[in-house]
Ligand binder design. Sequence first.
Ligand SMILES: C[S@@+](CC[C@H](N)C(=O)[O-])C[C@H]1O[C@@H](n2cnc3c(N)ncnc32)[C@H](O)[C@@H]1O
Length: 246
Amino acid sequence: MRIDVLTLFPDMFDGVFGSSILGKAREKGIVSLRTVNFRDYANNKHNTVDDYPFGGGGGMVLKPEPIFAAVEELTAGEDARPRVVLMCPQGEPFTQRKAEELSKESHLVFVCGHYEGYDERIREHLITDEISIGDYVLTGGELPAMVVIDSVVRLLPGVLGNEQSAVTDSFSTGLLEYPHYTRPATFRDWTVPDVLLSGHHEKIASWRREQSLLRTLERRPELLETADLTPKEREWLERRRACEEG
Ligand SMILES: C[S@@+](CC[C@H](N)C(=O)[O-])C[C@H]1O[C@@H](n2cnc3c(N)ncnc32)[C@H](O)[C@@H]1O
């Protein structure tokens, strides 16, 4: 996969793109991660990328020309138009489903906004997706782009080793993940559930599924509405719910 990030602050990505899973994915050649400073595409002698908003008001607005020029150069000659993702607090809330969807693409371009925002024509005529990482406002799109890129790249085949798997991660199954324990089996009188020490794979799998269901019921009950559950599991959850309420 190829990922290009348009930003005015490329240095912000150095540590994140070179460390942990992203660094390894890059070393293995699974992903190419590149930052492009769209100030280099400014079409004026002072390299200005922002201007005052028409109609007045506070804050500066990112101009369309440098961002269009950068995206058009990065995507020139490609048969299919790549996804061009704008980081934006007004965008679609980011989810694991969206990460899965983006991980199927061969080329992604991320556009990081700054200041008050960007000229609306960028949204109307250049962007294919707008993503928000939550209902709060950050200074720029760099941190949100890092969040999205990390969650997409860890889903690419060959990125996660055996020691870590995305398959059972929270949200991948539609549920929250079950609790984990490791050695020692007893720590300060607190013991690990017996079943996990039993070596009985079927019992362990069924305990984990039950814990996943319970945890989701307690913390994110709305996820259960769309989760892939058996009729037996739905009945069991209903009984649990009734017990808790009654
Ligand atoms: C200060 S914000 C602009 C907010 C804008 N005035 C508004 O109210 O919608 C500057 C840039 O940071 C990025 N940004 C801020 N919060 C974000 C969020 N929750 N998700 C994604 N991007 C965000 C966007 O790229 C945005 O253009």
